[in-house]
Design a protein around this ligand. Structure first.
Ligand code: DHB
Length: 310
């Protein structure tokens, strides 16, 4: 049987498949479900300084090929997630807090507080498109530069960054120019495709309430965009920065495509929400089977080796 083990920030993981920040990872109860599942790590909901209720409902909708959400960062506040790190250690897998402070100062306080926790590594998420009244920070690279200088100056943990999708080669290059200045241990890409609009034609109405119906798209719709982002950052970093691919991973073959594009691991978001915690084991099994069929023994046999048509 093929091995799908991987390593991020020097931490070995039994498989390269685990949950994405966001879906069903707000409360300890939800996180314990992920702990008991075959998810190879426990990623927690992006947290802010204070607890937030999030945006008004309806704020999530399953779609034919994915999902749309405008949750608005509902979370219990960072102090709870520090407690949860300790409570989740018993599952024996890496625990990944996701930090989304609303200001630089908030991020500084939160990063400092996690220094005393047993979090394995931290995903810094400046990318939510859904905070009412705030632009998506990940599109303002000067601000990202400032945030990273602050966060990495304080944190004693390995820190990676979750990026919003970019769509133009110039923007990939501008992002990489800033990222490469910092000691970023991994890149998670992509966050949801922001400010999409889904319409119910019968009701002649939007399907979610916040922001006039505009929300972040996830699932199968976004896989090609996500693969492009993985590939570009793999190329720009010359394969030296681990990339965690996220966006529309529903099957083992999806995961395979991500590794082929250069990813070191994949996160599962919408598919976990739609299919429940058994999804991790199924994707892992399908990935192993697909590798067996191709005669690949480890992820390194094909990671990044995407062929292009000459
Ligand atoms: C939310 C959405 C995101 O895409 C994200 O990265 C963080 C938070 C949200 O709406 O809760």
């Amino acid at each position: 049987m093929a091995s799908i083990a991987t390593e991020i920030c020097g931490i070995s993981m039994e498989t390269c498949v685990f949950n994405a920040a966001g879906p069903a990872d707000v409360t300890l109860e939800e996180l314990e479900v992920i702990g008991k599942s075959k998810s190879s790590a426990i990623t927690m909901k992006s947290c802010t300084l204070e607890a937030r209720e999030g945006n008004p409902e309806p704020r999530y909708r399953d779609l034919a090929f994915g999902s749309i959400n405008s949750m608005g960062l509902p979370n219990l506040g960072y102090r709870k997630y520090i407690e949860f790190v300790a409570a989740l250690k018993k599952f024996g897998k890496p625990i990944i807090p996701s930090i989304s402070g609303l200001t630089r100062q908030d991020n500084e306080i939160i990063f400092e507080a996690f220094n005393d926790s047993e979090a394995d590594f931290i995903e810094f998420n400046p990318g939510s498109p859904n905070t009412i009244g705030k632009p998506t920070a990940g599109y303002d690279m000067q601000y990202v530069d400032e945030l990273l200088t602050a966060a990495l100056g304080i944190s004693n943990k390995p820190v990676g960054i979750k990026l919003p999708p970019y769509f133009d080669f110039v923007h990939f290059e501008q992002a990489w120019k800033v990222l490469k200045k910092h000691d970023i241990k991994f890149i998670s890409t992509i966050n949801s495709v922001g400010n999409a609009l889904v319409i119910d034609p019968e009701k002649e109405q939007t399907v979610i309430k916040p922001k006039g119906g505009f929300g972040g798209l996830g699932g199968q719709y976004i896989k090609p965009t996500a693969l492009a982002n993985v590939r570009k950052f793999y190329e720009l970093s010359e394969g030296k920065t681990p990339i965690i691919g996220v966006g529309g991973v529903f099957t083992g073959v999806d995961a395979f495509e991500y590794i082929l594009a250069g990813a070191t691991a994949v996160q599962v978001g919408t598919a976990f929400l739609q299919h429940g915690p058994g999804v991790f084991e199924r994707i892992q099994k399908e990935l192993r089977e697909y590798m067996d069929k191709k005669g690949y023994e480890t992820l390194e046999d094909f990671r990044g080796k995407l062929k292009v048509i000459e």
